[in-house]
Ligand binder design. Structure first.
Ligand SMILES: *[C@@H]1O[C@H](CO)[C@@H](O)[C@H](O)[C@H]1NC(C)=O
Ligand SMILES: *[C@@H]1O[C@H](CO)[C@@H](O)[C@H](O)[C@H]1NC(C)=O
Ligand SMILES: *[C@@H]1O[C@H](CO)[C@@H](O)[C@H](O)[C@H]1NC(C)=O
Ligand SMILES: *[C@@H]1O[C@H](CO)[C@@H](O)[C@H](O)[C@H]1NC(C)=O
Length: 410
């Protein structure tokens, strides 16, 4: 116990926790949960509060086989993620993460309702205020990919809903702690290549202009969902796989800036910066509210493999942990929420939709990320990355507990 604040020990515990997580509804997993809670209580708060580099994950719940949020809390700590995004404001999750220091982005897609000041006030009073400050809710997202959709009423209500929720936060004295934003697909861009030619689609400009003015005024980031996988899947013959997977490649030259891009995600981010700048805004940060790669898909979904998913997410996390910025904004570390925590068995659409998870619902990782999550903890000597792979060992419960305890006591 003496070395509780010792970084190597923290790494050992996290690695051990990651290897032995499982979710059988038996008493043994309950004990394991207790142990994990202990680990979290002793380490996680410090990590989350001090970690300068933010790795986030989307916690989607369109499934009928997911573990209870209290168990998920341990799993997220094992990843060393310090930000989580929800597609709702599930009180069970927000309660389970009280005191963990994890930052939450919560969502409300009921734009018509939220554009009414009284409803917005009631919603914030019921879904945000009671959880603060124990659960750190730092952002509310209104609507998801509304401006690239077909619902005109939702498009028209988007900004009024954001304004009403922001006003409610102001009225309750919470606007300093909680941002209001919206997540949009990169499909709001008419052109994204070269990045310097980035421009919003003509039909979204009427919504985008006042939306950007609002984000700048209240100091909120603009959030985009970006999936280079879609570009690759659509044209596997012409899109370079190393370029979309952050693997070594010659890169793509932007003649408008003379910058070179070695991956598609950064090019997409910079295309959004260029599109905003063309509308007079150099004052809004771009963050990635969703990105990821499926580990499986239908026969016609080229590229949806375990190997590609592991490469995409593993390489992305290494870049995030290194605090890397994009070519256009080298000093602004790329800020990412990976999609997603679990495979979600009730999602509609092609098979890939149900296979974005880093974990199966039972807590077993779908693949080895080839990345030491402890790189995200604020250890002063951790400038390099462990290249040693971390095989996900399956061990019996007693062995797992013994190793956990050993890690805890060493
Ligand atoms: C509108 O929002 C309020 C506040 O959250 C809620 O009580 C009400 O049920 C919502 N109305 C509808 C029709 O969903
Ligand atoms: C709100 O967004 C701004 C701009 O990205 C950021 O600097 C600030 O830290 C955010 N606030 C919170 C509470 O996360
Ligand atoms: C890019 O580099 C070329 C060759 O050095 C130069 O002629 C051109 O002006 C540069 N363009 C920009 C936008 O800096
Ligand atoms: C977890 O689920 C996956 C996928 O169904 C399965 O392959 C794996 O064996 C399961 N792990 C455990 C420990 O049950």
């Amino acid at each position: 116990m003496r070395a509780r604040d010792d970084a190597p020990m923290e790494r050992r515990m996290i690695a051990a926790a990651r290897r032995f997580l499982f979710f059988d509804p038996s008493s043994s997993s309950l004990l394991l949960c207790l142990l994990l809670s202990l680990l979290s209580a002793n380490n996680g708060i410090v990590s989350a509060a001090n970690a300068p580099l933010k790795f986030g994950i989307n916690y989607g719940q369109i499934a009928n086989n997911l573990p209870h949020p209290a168990q998920v809390s341990g799993l997220i700590r094992s990843l060393n993620a310090n930000r989580v995004k929800l597609y709702d404001a599930d009180p069970a999750v927000l309660t389970a993460f009280a005191g963990t220091g994890v930052e939450f982005t919560i969502s409300n897609g009921d734009l018509l309702n939220m554009s009414d000041a009284g409803n917005a006030r009631a919603w914030v009073a019921q879904n945000v205020q009671p959880f603060l400050p124990d659960t750190r809710i730092t952002c509310v997202i209104l609507g998801n990919e509304v401006l690239s959709g077909t619902d005109a009423a939702a498009m028209q209500s988007l900004l009024p809903a954001m304004q009403a929720v922001h006003q409610a936060l102001v009225d309750l004295g919470l606007d300093g702690q909680v941002n209001v934003s919206t997540s949009q697909s990169v499909n709001v861009l008419a052109s994204s290549y070269p990045p310097s030619a980035g421009a919003f689609r003509e039909e979204v400009v009427q919504y985008m202009r006042p939306l950007l003015d609002f984000l700048a005024e209240v100091g909120s980031p603009f959030l985009i969902n970006a999936y280079p996988f879609f570009a690759y899947k659509a044209s596997p013959g012409s899109v370079s796989l190393p370029y979309v997977l952050f693997e070594p490649n010659p890169g793509a030259h932007d003649p408008g800036t003379n910058l070179t891009y070695d991956n598609m995600l950064y090019a997409q981010i910079d295309a959004v910066y260029a599109a905003m700048e063309a509308m007079g805004h150099k004052d809004i940060a771009v963050r990635i509210s969703e990105t990821g790669w499926p580990s499986a898909g239908d026969a016609d979904e080229v590229g949806a493999t375990v190997q590609n998913a592991a490469t995409y997410n593993g390489n992305l996390m290494k870049r995030v942990a290194a605090g890397q910025g994009t070519p256009l904004r080298p000093d602004v570390p790329v800020d990412v929420l990976v999609f997603a925590l679990f495979n979600e068995n009730m999602k509609n659409g092609q098979a890939s939709e149900r296979n974005y998870g880093l974990f199966y619902p039972n807590g077993t990782s779908v693949y080895d990320l080839g990345f030491d999550a402890a790189s995200f903890s604020p250890s002063p000597r951790a400038s390099g990355f462990s290249s040693s792979s971390k095989p996900t060992m399956q061990m019996s419960f007693p062995v797992g507990v013994v190793v956990l305890l050993a890690a805890f006591l060493l």
